[in-house]
Design a protein around this ligand. Structure first.
Ligand code: NAD
Length: 255
């Protein structure tokens, strides 16, 4: 590790699991002081303890909680350098548009997209005062490609994250604030691993589209987040940063 985030204050939402947890570990290894945010208080606290960071229990879809989160971080550390707005859900009742009810649609949009709006809204004023900051919002490769195995609300929610991120990146580009969207391909998080172990056909239906022939690891996504957070990415903003094993570039994949 290169200490690229030495003494930077970095907030990670969805820090208790998967991509968020791997990023907490990577940020800490790069020298950052990490603030872990999650609704899962037990696993979130554990993540913070592991890296000597702090934990804030917050629902990122709740405006008062998000405002208090960033005000609290600045109150405690004096600044906020990195915001990785990553918490998200992908519930089973989000499916084909023919099946998905308004309740699931609104819940997914709220947790996946409104949360990113709220986190950006309440961190940007702090970053403007500092004249610097790096925001990374987790979108997905499904914001770029259509799937016949639809999760319609999830896809729309990530499309929203992508468009919102691009616009903020452009708007604040001359104020030292970089805003980039991360578009991971399918990642072998515990949940996905379990799902695909129980249903190998479901996994095969997806794997055939991945040139590398495997799902990503959370650490591989975390490495990309650390790059975007660091000054190594100083000329990158308003970008859609794709980390997908080649999916979006492929027509025919190797046998
Ligand atoms: P995960 O389920 O392992 O972790 C998500 C974390 O977010 C959990 O700890 C959960 O408690 C937390 N969370 C959920 N709702 C919250 C809320 N309202 N407030 C605060 N915390 C909340 O998921 P993951 O696979 O690591 O996904 C992380 C992000 O990456 C999500 O935005 C997801 O959509 C995106 N993504 C995942 C994949 C994949 O294949 N796993 C692919 C592309 C994008």
């Amino acid at each position: 590790m290169q200490g690229r985030l030495r003494d930077r204050v970095a907030v990670v939402t969805g820090a208790a699991s998967g991509i968020g947890l791997a990023t907490v570990r990577r940020f800490a290894a790069e020298g950052a002081r990490v603030v872990c945010v999650d609704v899962d208080t037990e696993a979130g606290q554990r993540a913070a303890d592991e890296v000597g960071g702090s934990f804030v229990a917050a629902d990122v879809a709740d405006e008062a909680a998000v405002r208090d989160l960033f005000d609290g971080v600045v109150g405690r550390y004096g600044r906020v350098d990195v915001a990785f707005n990553n918490a998200g859900i992908s519930p089973p009742d989000d499916d084909s548009i023919l099946e998905t009810g308004l309740d699931a649609w609104e819940r997914v949009l709220r947790v996946n997209t409104t949360s990113v709006y709220l986190c950006c809204k309440h961190v940007i004023p702090h970053m403007r005062r500092q004249g610097r900051g790096s925001i990374i919002n987790t979108a997905s490769f499904v914001a770029l490609m259509g799937a016949a195995t639809s999760q319609i609300a999830y896809t729309a929610s990530k499309g929203g994250v992508l468009a919102l991120t691009r616009e903020l990146g452009v708007q604040f580009a001359r104020e030292g604030i970089r805003v980039n969207a991360l578009c991971p391909g399918p990642v072998a998080t515990p949940l996905l691993r379990e799902l695909f172990a129980a249903d190998p056909e479901r996994a095969a239906r997806r794997l055939v589209h991945v040139p590398m022939g495997r799902f990503g690891e959370p650490t591989e996504i975390a490495a990309a987040v650390a790059f975007l957070a660091s000054d190594d990415a100083s000329f990158m903003t308003a970008a859609q940063f794709v980390v997908d094993g080649g999916i979006t570039g492929a027509y025919v994949t190797p046998l």
